[in-house]
Design a protein around this ligand. Sequence first.
Ligand code: F6P
Length: 748
Amino acid sequence: MTRLARFIVALLIALALLTWAVSGVVQTTTHEWFERDVSARVRLVLASATQSMADTWYDPEGLQKQLAAIDHDQRVIGVAACNTDLTTRSMAPGLPEEFRCPEVGARVRAVSGAEGESNPRFREWSTIATLPTGRVLVTAMPIVSQGQVLGYAILVHDLSYIAQREARAQTFLLVVFGLLAILSFGIPLLVARNVRHDWSMELRKLLHGGGKQRREFEPILGDMRELIARMADEREDSPGQWTAERLKQVLNRNLHGEKIVILANREPYIHFYGEDGRIEIQHPASGLVTALEPIMHACSGVWVAHGSGSADRETVDRHDHVRVPPEEEAYHIRRVWLTEEEQQGYYNGFANEGLWPLCHTAHARPTFRAEDWAYYQKVNQKFADAVCQEVDSDEPIILVQDYHFALAPAMIRKRLPLATIIAFWHIPWPNAERMGICPWHNELLEGLLGSSIIGFHTQLHCNNFLDTVDRYLETRRDREQNAVIMRGHKTLVRPYPISIEWPVHWVEAAPSTEECRAEVWKSLGLKSDALLGLGIDRLDYTKGIEERFAAVELLLERHPQLRGRFTFAQLAEPSRTKIERYKDLNETVERLARRINERFGTVDYKPIVLLRSHHEPPEVFRFYRAADLCYVSSLHDGMNLVAKEFIAARTDLRGVLILSEFTGAAQELTEALIVNPYDLEKSSDAMAAALAMPEEEQQDRMRSMRSMIGRFNVYRWAGTMLGDAARLRNQERLAGRLAEHSPVNSTV
Ligand code: F6P
């Protein structure tokens, strides 16, 4: 049913109910009106008739004529004149028996008081009675002459015609009411239709560049223009697919090929001393690195990061630079060195014991210490200075990454007022109330608002951020552009769901899925008919690893046929190990795996294989390509790129992804089996369903998710952000904020 049809049906029902209620009221009211009216008229007639009767009381013929004249009225059923002894003095022929002089006289006396009282014995009296012919009004009235009561008159009046009058009056009132109701609903409806029509015409005019700007159109205009711009971006060049090449073109054409500077705490390549004392390279387990490394690879530039590897200092030049990736050398890393104290206060303390639990709903209490905050400020300044040393123009493009550097955008802006700074917050942004827990929330907000654009994975996180700004800072909101203006500086706030490169180069280099399966089966000592579940995470309490193991335990409890057959391999990279909460988690996870293995394991079967160490991407992708299911059970996660990597790895279209509804990825990967990881029953059901899922269904789901990630890959993520940045630069140039001599030719 269309919305209009639904509205009309609801309107008709409402009208019917109203009419029904009103008709009840109308009926009672008109009935009372008519009866009161007739009774008043009868009393009037009788009052004058008794006067005449008194005059002809002693003239039987005259009295009879009087009565005949009254009886002539077609609504008068009968009339009589009675003596005080209740006998009949004179009577018109039609008077019903039950209302003759003796009967009525007795009833009048009963209500008029005892005989011999000074008051007249006959008071005026009336009643309504029902005869076989219909309702009648019986009225009796004393006949008085010169203060002496001669007798009394009786008049019986027909009331049946009232019913007809009532019916007519009701019909009339209902018609009037119906018309009024239709008018009162119909006129606003017509007005609303007209207003909507005018409104959409005006909006159309505005979109075509004409018309006068109206405040209430600002949000919708902003959204539509953004959508149109994005669609235009999509249409540019080859439709659809974003590639490294296309991103490079966008950069060259719209941003004049400017060097990109990324600021992120984690470096994409870590040099460390291996067991044999030789320098080796590690790819860290980090969603941020997974996403950004291909961007740098495509665009070149500098990645400013903490030099955390044991051999990092030995591998840099005198400017603390190292070219990466080894052999290809597409861009370089600028390493920043931190003291133990700085690392402790800024990274372990403020960032990971404060902001991380604050931003994730994972039931860990945030800890904020003044000394950590001091280090956070100091280290942000240190990195901001390093960024400013790396830029090669006064309008550089700087991508500031994550919660480690909330203050850096404003610090950089101070030194480079014309820079385009894009800050991306990789984790969730909590609601305003929760953000208020951090004693330095205002400083964090002001720091971030130094950016040109602030990106989050989801619209919800953007909304939370904007609400937080509204609650704590004196700023202005530009609703058309989804921007915040603070002290004259504008910052756009936008959702940019992050993704992975497509195709993933690790997948292209990986052995076939059959080979991967054979290798993994061999390394885990699995039987040929074994089924493999997989989890890959940093050992972090937000990832829901305890809940995941508990769901595996329940699966084996409820499906005994899977015991001995189903193994869950958990690749867990130790992370932030100096923090107490992470040490506890490490022990809990190990204890849990041991307990489940003791409960269901045998000499040659281990339900949970916990591999607690760093795994390089080729090994990770081998596992992705071998598993029957991959379970991402995060309790809260900005995006989660493990989910996307698993899909990318499955070129064979096999395997099932089980995904927590509390990840950003769940909004995009809707063909995964979406679960609430706290609901152990449903999670174990999902694992059972995944293991029993027909091949065809696995393929359908995989195909659809692969096409989604293929289109919405990380080049598109970066391209959209850089496109928005280019548009912003252009606007600022036009507004005269950038220097006169700067190149102006943006086509975005
Ligand atoms: O999203 C948060 C993030 O920065 C991710 O990039 C990554 O998954 C993780 O945290 C890395 O943590 P760390 O750098 O502390 O090892």
